[in-house]
Design a protein. Sequence first.
Length: 362
Amino acid sequence: MQRFEVTAESGSYPVLIGRGAWRELRSVPSQDYSSVFILSEKGIWRYWSQRLVREGGLGRARVLFVPAGERSKSLAALERVASSLARLGADRRSLLVLFGGGVIGDLGGFVASTYMRGIHCIGVPTTLVGQVDSAIGGKNAVNLPAGKNLVGTFYPPRMVLADPGVLASLSPRVFRSGLYEVVKHAILAGGPLVNLLDRHVNHLGPDSVKALEAILGPAVRVKIDVVNRDEREANLRQVLNLGHTFGHALEAATGYKRLLHGESVGWGLLAVTVLAERLGYLRSGDAERMRDLVWRIGPLPSIRDVPARKIVSLLPHDKKAVSGEIHWVIPERIGKVRIVTGVPMAAAESAWRELQQMRHRH
């Protein structure tokens, strides 16, 4: 078991990674809580509920479900979950366990931060992207028609428990989607994590528990090191947006229906390496190595029919834009990025068109 500590201003909490992590739920003092609720999706609950309840000692917990998918990240879903909690008698001493992927973490964290002005929550992420990224750091949000994650809060969980064994029930596509976020962390950190991916990425699958345990720790450390220094995205934490400016625009351009979030990030990473080359920040050899890591994960859904002008029109709606000014996270080499403003939209559009015309590996 690997244990890390998030030491944020709003509250410190442990992150445990490894087989058996769910047993740590038994360490939560039951006398501290009047009731326990679990927020989940029916698919993951069907696979893992018996083990979670048994290992975590959650026999008396009540379960709330939301439909799977990005559409549950909405104000309407927030209201439905909060209303269900109220109907079932949840009070300010209730605990909410978030058992699912990024959608459950984002929606459930937002519910916990606002219900009765804040109740405790515990993250139990069940996807790779949740375990290495979204469950850590206390960011949660829902989407608006105008853009992704535009309404949300910073609210730390009491703990995060990540068991890589749960990934065995993921489809290959969903699993690959999470690996693109691991590549993002590797580009940010460089060093051992890149070498680990180089060795294992061609053979990683949802049931590669031993290899995953070796990779999860260094990937999580990247996120925690950034969060510990910049909890509320004043500056440094923006680096975690690498690949997400293009990626969020792509999700919006395709109506959040065609691509999984990690797939959009994968395309975003490819696009920003092309942009970085065009701007003169990134040498072609470094760019090729970054793109090679993305391509080796596996096939990405086609983007050939996504108009570059549509992508560019959506870029200023990124939640990290200020007065329409985009703060780009631009890679300079593996292990080093910089925040750049003033990038001409013509350069971003040209980079997207160039990416569409590349000979992609499928």
